[in-house]
Design a protein around this ligand. Structure first.
Ligand code: GCO
Ligand code: MG
Length: 403
């Protein structure tokens, strides 16, 4: 029995908001879990503080599965981003504690390393095709083996994925949502042009990825998939909103471009049909939004049976705590595909000292016991919460659309 003696939520904003759960045990060991839900941070903080933490005190930190089931089944209200992010935070903090108690890096408890490092992709973007390709060359120089490409759309004032600060893309940029304008007709021809230019400049010995960010209909996605085929993309991400899982049948029927989806999913139920019918190639649900390691493991196993690989979300709104846990998972999971890696700012890295490191296009979780990520609470306290929401999107005639 390793008694849970205390737990608290730390909300900090070292450049952007992060919600972190810290669980303490009688033996003095503590564990950390990420609970950040971009633009809705305080809802998860309250869910944890007001509804979860009182249930944790006095329980055995070693009983990870029982606590997971208690929070999922026991609460009656299942699923959803707020609930599952809160459960994930508890789950990851408990895995952190168990691995520290065992004196091992977390990946050893999962089954040990299946590979020597975790291939990651970085984000190259620019207002124009030329600028985006220039950034891609820069990522190549930094050693990346895989690069996501996004470029501005001529005729639209701003586009998803195109940032001012090239290394740190941060879409949640205002207390009330920034309004973007979207035109699928203007966008559709741009991505193939971008890929053509990128292949010319970078050659074929690099993986290229693209995110459509939920903006297409299935038949538009099928068109884009086909148009990208000559450039052999690694994947086309979030082609359509995926609440309608069956819609992917239509995309699948028309293109051999690999499909990735799932960064907004919370449980295996969001992806069951997509995985079982082999409608996708990569599942992007990551630790913090997918109920933690205990639940993501189930998703990964179902995916493995159906030729689907992992390709976890790793934008800057997933804290270093999530990244650390994800890297242990990635190093172990047999059906690993790729890991997204958007760098955090130096302020964020200072608040969350971590054992993971980047080298030659790969991340490694490090050998520290646990997941290897800690929090400097005194420093965190210097960065109070700042309200920030994700943008919204409107069509040119003002109709509200998917962002
Ligand atoms: C990605 C994502 C992000 C999200 C962001 C929302 O592929 O990295 O689409 O850019 O928009 O994480 O919180
Ligand atoms: Mg995405």
């Amino acid at each position: 029995m390793l008694k849970i003696t205390g737990a608290r939520v730390v909300v900090t904003c070292p450049g952007r908001n992060f919600v972190t759960l810290k669980i303490e045990t009688a033996g003095g060991l503590h564990g950390l879990g990420d609970a950040t839900l971009n633009g809705r941070e305080l809802a998860v903080a309250s869910y944890l503080t007001d509804h979860v933490i009182p249930n944790l005190i006095g329980r055995d930190a070693h009983r990870i599965e029982d606590i997971w089931q208690f929070l999922y089944r026991g609460a009656y209200w299942r699923r959803g981003p707020v609930t599952m992010s809160a459960i994930a935070a508890v789950d990851v903090a408990l895995w952190d504690i168990k691995a520290k108690a065992a004196g091992m890096p977390l990946y050893q408890l999962l089954g040990g390393a299946s590979r020597t490092g975790v291939m990651v992709y970085g984000h190259a973007n620019g207002e124009t095709v030329e600028q985006a390709v220039e950034q891609a060359l820069r990522y190549r120089e930094m050693g990346y083996k895989a690069i996501r490409l996004q470029a501005g759309v001529p005729g639209l004032p701003s586009t998803y994925g195109v940032s001012k600060d090239k290394l740190f893309y941060e879409p949640a940029d205002a207390a009330l949502p920034t309004e973007n304008v979207w035109s699928t007709a203007k966008y559709l021809p741009t991505a193939p042009r971008l890929f053509e230019a990128a292949r010319e400049a970078l050659g074929w010995d690099v993986h290229l990825l693209h995110d459509a960010h939920h903006r297409l209909t299935p038949i538009e996605a099928a068109r884009l998939g086909r148009d990208l085929e000559p450039y052999r993309p690694f994947w086309l991400e979030d082609a359509t909103p995926a609440e309608n899982q069956a819609a992917f049948r239509q995309i699948r029927a028309h293109t051999t471009t690999p499909l990735a989806v799932g960064e907004v999913f919370n449980t295996v139920w969001d992806a069951k049909q997509l995985i079982e019918e082999q409608l996708i190639d990569y599942i992007r649900t990551t630790i913090v939004h997918g109920g933690g390691i205990s639940h993501l493991r189930r998703i990964a196993h179902l995916a493995e049976l159906n030729n689907v690989k992992t390709g976890f979300h790793g934008a800057t709104d997933l804290s270093p705590v999530c990244m650390g846990a994800a890297l242990h998972f990635d190093l172990w999971v047999p059906n690993f595909g790729i890991q997204e890696y958007m760098r955090h700012t130096p302020e964020t890295d200072a608040v969350f000292p971590h054992a993971y490191r980047f080298e030659a296009g790969e991340l490694h979780p490090g050998e520290a016991a646990g997941h290897g990520v800690d929090i400097d609470e005194a420093l965190a306290a210097k960065y109070p919460y700042r309200p920030a929401q994700l943008p919204v999107n409107r069509l040119e005639d003002g109709t509200l659309f998917n962002w």
